[in-house]
Ligand binder design. Structure first.
Ligand SMILES: CC(C)(COP(=O)(O)OP(=O)(O)OC[C@H]1O[C@@H](n2cnc3c(N)ncnc32)[C@H](O)[C@@H]1OP(=O)(O)O)[C@@H](O)C(=O)NCCC(=O)NCCS
Length: 196
């Protein structure tokens, strides 16, 4: 099966998806200020095994990602998540194509802590998983989470993904070993749940 979205270039400012409270679309150059407001905060990198980037590195990465596409393994697409009522940039959700041959994608998400605790991340991640299966035709979508990242575990378990693995001390940051969980859902499982 050739997924519908391959190869895909995504730079459009058109809403790609919307929910009752959210609009998901590609990033635009004018989003940078609101994007850097949370992407430079040390707190959001706590469980990501890296330090916050410099402002210059963030800008470079942001500019490069405006033209992101999905045609080969390693490529990723990222959506800006906006609040419908006022257009505030709440965070971003990405899908990384990890295997085109096996139709596998990894989901990632980072939200501005100013908007935490309202279910926005859960709603946006649910929407991107929907897109991943219905628009791009993935077979399996997975997430890798630090085992101590309780907020992220909350998002992924609220959506019913299956914990498939607990990797013990598989990474190290600043001299400290960390565990990771892998969660996943198959296309048919997601469809069954939606139909239930
Ligand atoms: C992971 C992250 C996005 C989670 O943020 P969050 O605010 O906890 O997630 P949500 O926006 O889905 O909000 C969920 C909370 O809102 C509550 N909530 C309120 N209204 C809700 C609704 N309508 N639907 C769902 N949850 C709702 C939930 O009960 C939950 O509260 P709790 O944490 O007290 O249980 C955020 O912590 C983050 O960006 N962290 C830094 C980056 C990171 O670690 N990313 C993950 C990498 S794997």
């Amino acid at each position: 099966m050739i997924p519908l979205g391959f190869p895909m270039t995504f730079t459009s400012a058109e809403p790609l998806a919307s929910t009752e409270r959210l609009i998901l679309r590609g990033f635009m150059p004018e989003d940078f200020e609101a994007y850097s407001a949370y992407r430079l905060l040390p707190s959001i990198y706590r469980f990501l095994y890296r330090d916050p980037p410099s402002a210059e590195a963030l800008r470079e990465h942001f500019d490069a990602s405006l033209d992101s596409h999905f045609s080969e393994d390693g490529g990723s697409l990222r959506w800006a998540v906006l609040r419908r009522e006022d257009g505030a940039l709440l965070g971003d959700v990405s899908l990384k194509l990890t295997s085109k041959a096996a139709l596998q994608a990894e989901i990632g998400y980072i939200f501005n802590p100013a908007y935490a605790g309202k279910g926005y991340a859960t709603e946006a991640v649910r929407t991107v998983i929907d897109l991943g299966f219905s628009t791009f035709g993935f077979h399996r979508i997975f997430a890798r989470l630090d085992a101590q990242n309780t907020a992220s575990i909350g998002v992924i378990e609220r959506l019913g993904l299956r914990r498939e693995a607990h990797l013990i001390e598989n990474d190290r940051f600043n001299g400290v070993w960390g565990d990771e969980y892998i969660y996943a859902v198959l296309s048919r499982e997601w469809a069954d749940r939606a139909g239930a």
